[in-house]
Ligand binder design. Structure first.
Ligand SMILES: C[S@@+](CC[C@H](N)C(=O)[O-])C[C@H]1O[C@@H](n2cnc3c(N)ncnc32)[C@H](O)[C@@H]1O
Length: 214
């Protein structure tokens, strides 16, 4: 029996598709870190993508393709996913996992530091309707600035781990990751171009919508 809301939600909604279980097993077998999104977060991402029905999704942080399968799998016929990943070897594993899931045609991996690649995508005139930020925490504020530049009106921006194990609201904690997430959440809350909220699901998912120009 659950004794807190996290366990309760996990018991009700945390079951995992066997295909995604296999992805996490392959991530481990390849010596990669076990830091894919939790099944509950995956479920929410899938619902958000289906609600927004984006044409172009940008993921920042691919790892082994767990969230990539969820994002790409929720897309409509015309939708595509661009996934930014620092490590070539991780992107290779992710691509093979998307292929096994029958989603190879929907995804493109761009390798290297995400911030630089976001700048290049912006200069190339690419625009996106849905963002999932899940890479190095220190760059979250910069990823947000770039996501707003790359966003089409009404775009959704979702970012994982924005409660940092509840350390984010303890102002005495001076840690680079925590301080960057604090700055990120502050921007999400106060930037007039956005309407946003933190959902206290797992380690926190901040979700915002880029307003249409008035
Ligand atoms: C938490 S994992 C992503 C998990 C993935 N979203 C999932 O749930 O399946 C973070 C990923 O970000 C990548 N990463 C870290 N720093 C990066 C950077 N500067 N640019 C691009 N990717 C980066 C890491 O290599 C790692 O694969």
């Amino acid at each position: 029996m659950a004794t807190n809301h996290d366990d309760y939600i996990h018991l009700l909604f945390g079951s995992e598709d066997p295909l995604l279980q296999e992805v996490n097993e392959r991530i481990k077998a390849n010596g990669m870190p076990s830091i894919s999104v939790k099944p509950e977060v995956g479920r929410l991402l899938s619902i958000l993508v289906k609600m927004r029905n984006p044409r172009h999704v940008l993921e920042i942080g691919a790892l082994g393709g767990y969230s990539g399968i969820i994002l790409a799998g929720a897309l409509g016929k015309e939708g595509s996913l661009t996934s930014l990943e620092l490590e070539q070897s991780y992107a290779t594993v992710a691509h093979s996992n998307l292929e096994k899931a029958g989603l190879k045609e929907k995804v493109k991996y761009v390798i290297g530091p995400a911030l630089q690649n976001m700048e290049s995508l912006y200069n190339a005139g690419q625009r996106y309707d849905f963002f999932f930020i899940d890479a190095d925490k220190v760059n979250y504020p910069a990823y947000l600035d770039m996501a707003i530049k790359l966003a089409s009106p009404g775009a959704i921006i979702a970012a994982d781990n924005t409660l940092q194990g509840d350390r984010v609201f303890d102002e005495t904690i001076k840690d680079d990751n925590v301080e960057a997430i604090r700055e990120f959440n502050l921007k999400m809350a106060n930037d007039e171009r956005l309407e946003s909220i933190i959902l206290p699901l797992c380690d926190g998912l901040t979700v915002g919508r880029v307003k249409e120009a008035e």
